[in-house]
Design a protein around this ligand. Sequence first.
Ligand SMILES: [Zn+2]
Length: 276
Amino acid sequence: MFELPECVTLARQMNDTLKGKTIQRGQQGNSPHKFVWYNRSHDEFERLTKGKTVGQARAKGRWLFIPLEPGYVLLLGECGGKVLYHPPGSKVPKKYHLYIAFEDDSFLTAMTQMWGAMELYEEGEEQNREYVKDMRTTPIEPGFTFDYFSALVDDLMEGKKRSAKALLTQDQLIPGLGNSIAQDILFRARISPKHPIADLTSDQRGLLYKAIVDTVAEVIEKGGRYDEYDLYGNRGGYPRLMDKNAVGRPCPECGGEIEKIQYLGGACYLCPNCQE
Ligand SMILES: [Zn+2]
């Protein structure tokens, strides 16, 4: 699944490569998938995208906003898999969930894993979409200050008991983070996934905040995680610290063995010595 850094990378690459291109033909998937969400019929999508020009794309959380000018915005939300640019002369893949051919004979395809939204809105209407409408502040926005983060933790402490992993991965409390980047953030902050947020010391809050901001910035700078692909089909340059390949290996900090546990709907990778 793409997380915020991968979405930022894709938006940047779309602006380098797709911006200004005119659509010859836009098609929704030829490969039915129960969990790809479209909001248009096939005919409608084709009719509304024809002749539109790609504007300046941007990412917010795990959502990509791609203006199709004039008047429309293509939304790719909570996707994984591959969103690929194909230069002129490339062969069209057999299966896709989205295919957009441009007048210069290049094209874009998207094929998601798990699930994902591929929706076309009249400009402005995309802001009313569920999950976009009430999105909280994301870690790359100026509003994501330590005071904001600390107030968020205070607010959440009053509701149901949440752990550090829940704070990073549930209900898009910090939009754009997911189970993957959360592992590295928690390791860098030296906090266990199960640590209740109500029990974080003020030092730990500071460490967690810094780990979120620094990790997101580093993954963006390196063009996404190494197990995801960019617009050109290249792997990202950020090697994950805590993932399945790290299990059984020595912790880079203390040399202890990295462990895998199942917790809160997925695997966690951690160093039990370093993370408390
Ligand atoms: Zn360790």
